[in-house]
Structures are given as C-alpha cells and as structure tokens.
Design a protein around this ligand. Sequence first.
Ligand code: NDP
Length: 309
Amino acid sequence: MSEKIKCLIIGSGPAGYTAAIYAARANMSPVVYEGLQPGGQLTITTEIDNFPGYPDGVAGPIMMEQFKKQAQRFGTDVRFGYITKVDFSKRPFKVVADNVHEIEAEVVIIATGATANYLGLESEEKFKGLGVSACATCDGFFYRNRDVAVVGGGDTAAEEASYLAGICNKVYLVVRRDVLRASKAMQDRVLANPKIEVLWNHNTVEILGDSAGVTGVKLLNNKTNEEKVIDIHGFFVAIGHTPVSGLFKEYLETDEAGYIKTIKGSTKTNVPGVFACGDVQDSMYRQAVTAAGSGCMAAKDAERFLSEV
Ligand code: NDP
C-alpha cells in the first residue's frame, strides 16, 4: 500500500526548505526527502556573508539547520532518505523512496539543486574547504589581498575571476584552451582587468599545500609541455555545474545542460502539478537567496494548483 501525501518536496537546500515553510503554513502537510546531501550545497561552504538577515555572517551548515528547524516548526515531515523512482505520467504522482517505500503525491516540488563540477584530482579533494572552493561569492573574502587562481573559461569562471579581482591581490585564470568560452562582454572585462593574468593552454596537475591549506598549484602548458608552479592560497574551480535532474528526464523538459525548464515567471514544469525551484532550474543566479525565493514561488504555485483542480 502506498503512502498518500499531499505535497512531496524533493531536496533540502534553501529552495526545498523555503518551499516547505510556505507549504506547511498553507496546510499542505509537506514531506521533505532530504536527498544524498542533506542541507544541500551550502553545507559544504564555510561562512555565508551574503544571505540577508545575518549581519555577522553564518556558517553554511548552521544556516541549513535553521532552515530545517523553521520548516519543522510548522509541521513539515523531514525524512532522511532519497527518491529513487518517479512516475509523473498521471496524478497522483507515484514515487518510490529509498527503493522500497511507495508514495502517492498530489503535487511534487523538485528542489534537488546542482552539483559543482570538479577536476577530479586527488589533491583537489584533499584541500576542499582548505583553499579549494567552487564558489567565489561564498569563499572569496577569505583570500582578501592574497593571490588566487580560478580554473575554467566560461561565464562563471570569468565572473568569479572579476569578482575575486575586487578582493584579492592577484587572480590567475587557468584556461585549458587558447580561447575563452565566456561571452564577449565577460571576456573583455577579464582581459581588461590588470589584476587578472590569463594562463592560456594550461592544465592543472596538482594542488599543493600543507596542513594550513593551499600554498600553490602545479600547472602544465599543454602546448609546450612545460610545468610550472604558481604560489596561491585559494583555488577556485569554475568548470560548470551539473543539475540533479536525471531522475525526472523521462517526464520533464530540460535544456541541453539538464536544467529543468519552467514556465517564465513561475515554477511550473511541463507536467501540471510538478514544480521546480532552486538550482535545478536556474543556471544563471545560483544563490541561496534566489533559490529560497523560488522555493516560496513553488509552494505558492502548488497551493494555487491544488485549489484549482
Ligand atoms: P560552461 O559549461 O559554460 O563553461 C565551463 C568552462 O570550464 C569551459 O570554459 C570549459 O572549457 C571549462 N572546463 C570544463 N571542464 C574542464 C576541465 N576538466 N579542466 C579545465 N577546464 C574545464 O559553464 P559555466 O558555469 O561557466 O556557465 C554555465 C551557464 O551559465 C552558461 O550558459 C553561462 O553562459 C551561464 N552563466 C551566465 C552568467 C552571466 O551571464 N552573468 C554567469 C555565469 C554563468 P572549454 O571551453 O575548453 O570547454
């Protein structure tokens, strides 16, 4: 026998928990499945200084614990587990949690987020949180007046390099080809910034460091085969994100990068009754506060949907 619920929320970052707060207050009795990374991407960042309402900043894991508590205060059922199968072919939607538990949900809010891509080096893994980061807006401030490197050649890398140039002493932009993929405007901005040095045709070989964190990075020029070490304290990976949308692909329209498509100005997907919020549908802003905002929209959209069917 399937468990019957009104509102299922998949994912527990700022989008999922904000959707839960609004859905719970609207008597939709939401059930949140936390997913493989309870609390989402913010649990792997250190200090968050750009979420309004925290004048002294807040640690990512603490903020997410507070989101969770707030959702629970209004009766959200938060479950440790993840959704392994969905059937959105008709309502109520059938989903399976943890491979065994069958659920029928009247509405589903997807807030599964995105994961930053990493290079896949052992040394990168070792220094995550100790100088290796995938978010300049989150962690750039720790490298004020120091030298840092950004790897990548897209808009994110260009934006992060420009942002870091406003804080740091020097920014190396490590690009694997001899061109940037970033838009022309972003390229111009990067190339005109005297604090940014672009290292064309370079691959990252190893991130170097000690017990206090990153001290440098070993690079290989893939044209000349020369290796060199640059001294840096922060290493920012900006080689794209992967939205966590694979489970829904059979039913939901996505763009070519896998971001779930939503109807402009709403969180509605192509399946009525299924809504998407946060980074899984946003390749552009990807901020905690914008994710939270879209979580609120998803709950409101779901509430309106239920009142109309
Ligand atoms: P992109 O996929 O556009 O770019 C990824 C970059 O990382 C590419 O330059 C790629 O190199 C490089 N890369 C990938 N793998 C590796 C690797 N293993 N080693 C070294 N370099 C690697 O991702 P973005 O996150 O930059 O952008 C995603 C989307 O978001 C884009 O559509 C972008 O336009 C948009 N965006 C827009 C912004 C804005 O308009 N303000 C801001 C940020 C993002 P290569 O070029 O050689 O493939």
